[in-house]
Design a protein around this ligand. Structure first.
Ligand code: PMP
Length: 333
């Protein structure tokens, strides 16, 4: 029989698929690793599994314990589905800018959601950092994974994402491309691929315009979610990364929409950003057909239907040209 014992056994083992249309005019081959095939819908399931099992091994998480983390997105879903299975209580602290839909997803998995004001300094006792610290300190048996400092994040990618890509490409991958949030994905996967290939695989980071990784001198707001930072997290290892390619919101969102319409891949904005960075890098280095780039797509586009995939949201946020270029005319091509 081929029956998984529980849902967490289905984490990882995500497929690679070739791109054909958005790569028009390129000689390099580009394949994407589609992380929405994970049971919680994103690459964050991988880190949740390792973070929780290591915390148990180290005695930081005991039966009946509570997981407290400031997160609104994919990490919360990953932690929730692993924690639920082990019988832990979950409290996620989210800023009030986080949509009702995202809070509802966490609640649906059985988590408690504590909402905090967005418009306060991180040091303010009402901020989502402060509130999660306080809850973690006050609740007996509480454990705070802290994904920005928890090295089990990058480790999970070293032990799963990296080997999967290496084997699935018959050890012929030449370039790995991923967005950088905590940096766990690129650092762990990139380190494995460098180790396995004796340093020949090139590791390319994709970064939103306004984030510290591509330009520390010009840190500002942007719309792409889940990637980019205004500080350097412990989980990011810059020594693994050969190049960081900057991508604008408009470029990322145009590519995100094209992936859905031309490749049948309904993915999030950080995925579009990563593919846009791969295309830019392939052009910049004039890569030929011997190059096999693998781009990691962290999550599904379902969570962005009212933003990137909404013409009115796009237009009202100044992305009108993107909407026009991906209008129905493209659908009949
Ligand atoms: N894309 C999305 C949608 C994410 O949620 C994350 C995680 N913050 C990333 C990309 C970046 O992954 P990492 O934290 O491993 O750098």
């Amino acid at each position: 029989m081929d029956i998984a014992n529980n849902i967490t056994e289905l984490i990882g083992g995500t497929p690679l698929v070739r791109l054909h249309h958005v790569t028009d005019g390129l000689r390099a081959q580009i394949a994407v690793k589609v992380e929405y095939f994970n049971p919680g819908g994103s690459s964050k399931d991988r880190i949740a599994e390792r973070i929780i099992s290591k915390a148990e091994e180290e005695g930081k998480l005991l039966p009946g314990g509570t997981i407290v983390e400031p997160t609104s997105g994919n990490t919360g879903v990953g932690l929730a589905l692993v924690a639920q299975l082990h019988g832990y209580r979950m409290i996620f602290v989210v800023p009030d800018k986080v949509s009702e839909d995202k809070r509802a997803v966490l609640q649906a998995y059985g988590a408690q959601v504590v909402v905090t004001p967005t418009e306060v300094e991180p040091s303010d006792p009402r901020s989502y950092y402060s509130v999660s610290d306080r809850l973690a300190a006050e609740i007996p048996g509480a454990y705070k994974p802290n994904q920005y400092q928890n090295m089990n994040g990058p480790e999970s990618h070293y032990h799963t994402t990296g080997p999967e890509i290496w084997e699935d490409t018959d050890r012929t991958i030449t370039h790995f491309v991923a967005g950088i949030g905590t940096g766990g994905t690129i650092s762990g996967t990139g380190r494995f691929l460098k180790d396995a290939s004796q340093g020949t695989v090139q590791v390319i980071g994709a970064d939103p315009e306004g984030s510290i990784y591509s330009n520390p001198a010009d840190v500002h707001q942007y719309f792409i979610e889940g990637v980019g930072e205004d500080f350097y997290p412990k989980t990011y290892d810059p020594s693994v990364v050969d190049e960081v390619v900057q991508v604008s919101d408009a470029e990322a969102f145009e590519m995100t929409r094209r992936l859905a319409r031309e490749e049948g891949l309904l993915v999030g904005g950080s995925s579009g950003m990563a593919v846009a960075a791969a295309v830019k890098s392939a052009k910049m280095h004039d890569l030929d057909e011997h190059a096999l780039m693998v781009v990691l797509l962290p999550d599904s586009g379902r969570g962005y239907l009212s933003k990137i995939f909404s013409d009115s949201w796009m237009q009202s946020h100044g992305f009108g040209a993107v909407v026009e270029r991906t209008s129905p005319a493209r659908m009949v091509r």
